[in-house]
Design a protein around this ligand. Structure first.
Ligand code: PBG
Length: 324
């Protein structure tokens, strides 16, 4: 390129030309909204650390699901917060567990919505870890059975897709086998494949009451320093039968999203996590930046890096903005 022959500003002069040369577009089709479900009736509890986000009881989450479909969004991912927790996370695979009830209620009334469920134990265990604990250790192999039973119970309730987020080794294979053995061979798995230990999950743990009661998640979630290891994690999940690979968090992992897009042919999802969302809202509330534009720009960057779909708490507000 040589100035003055090349002038990149030529294609930036008007909005119509900018539209013609725009490389990345955000569409409603790309967005998945996470929803928190609690026991009770008539509840829409605001999550203090996540402005605009609420925890819904089952009756209310159905109304929210209707609103989401009316906005034109294709899917939601459900997180359940049970009233009671124990060491083995019994609520995770209970037939009348909170997620199971929510899936049944939504699918019976808003059947066209794609209902994905998060498969993990951390919302259900009293110690807050994503697996069974043995002393101070989070046990891998005994956790696989609990996750598989949880996956089968979500499938039986009518979930359209399952998203294991625990980061145990071998869980995708175990869940795939369990689903196939129970007649759910057509149910897709979106695995949280490259999921890092992250400070950006802070607000989620308030919302889901899932902060670990001792230790941390460093023995199972990935070290954010490792880029090659993220590829190994994703390849392992793919070989075990994952249909969609997810990278999480999103904005701090754009390199990993780009690697995933480059290396694998399956759809790539990225999770704009609670902390990413809340940072933008907090700054906007202080008048420090334009929240709507900052949110749009972040999610656009996640898509530009290579994500086919983005899980984001901003899905509904973005849908409204995209329509306007
Ligand atoms: C459950 C799970 C977590 C998130 C999604 N699934 C919490 C964690 O790993 O601690 C985080 C989502 C967010 O921060 O928005 N394992």
């Amino acid at each position: 390129m040589s100035f003055p022959r090349d002038r990149l500003r030529r294609l930036r002069g008007t909005e119509t030309v900018r539209r013609l040369v725009r490389e990345t577009r955000l569409s409603l089709d790309d967005l998945i909204l996470p929803l928190f479900v609690v026991e009770g009736h008539g509840l829409k509890e605001p999550v203090t650390s996540m402005p605009g986000v609420q925890r819904f009881s089952v009756d209310q989450v159905v109304d929210e699901a209707k609103r989401i479909v009316d906005l034109g969004l294709p899917g939601v991912i459900l997180f359940g917060i049970p009233d009671e927790k124990d060491a083995r996370g019994s609520g995770a695979d209970a037939a009348n567990g909170i997620v199971q009830k929510a899936v049944e209620a939504i699918k019976s009334q808003v059947s066209e919505l794609c209902v994905i469920t998060d498969v993990c134990l951390c919302e259900y265990t009293d110690h807050g870890h994503c697996g069974l604990v043995d002393g101070e250790e989070v046990a891998n192999d005994s956790t696989l059975e609990r996750l598989t039973l949880t996956a089968i119970s979500h499938a039986s309730a009518g979930a359209d897709m399952l998203a294991p987020s625990d980061m145990m080794d071998g869980r995708v294979a175990a869940i795939r086998r369990g689903l196939d053995d129970h007649g759910f061979e057509s149910l897709p798995i979106m695995s949280y494949a490259a999921k890092q230990v992250s400070a950006f999950y802070g607000p989620f743990r308030d919302a889901a009451e899932s902060a670990p009661q001792f230790g941390d998640r460093r023995s199972y979630q990935m070290d954010p320093a490792n880029r090659r290891e993220a590829l190994r994690e994703m390849r392992a999940d793919l070989e075990e039968g994952a249909d969609i690979l997810m990278v999480k968090p999103a904005l701090s992992c754009l390199d990993i999203i780009a690697d995933a897009r480059d290396q694998f042919e399956v759809p790539i999802a990225a999770y704009q996590v609670s902390g990413e969302y809340s940072m933008i809202h907090a700054a906007a509330q202080n008048g420090w930046l334009d929240g709507e534009r900052a949110m749009y720009e972040s999610i656009l960057a996640i898509k530009r890096a290579g994500a086919d779909m983005v899980l984001t708490y901003a899905a509904a507000e973005l849908a409204i903005a995209l329509k306007g």
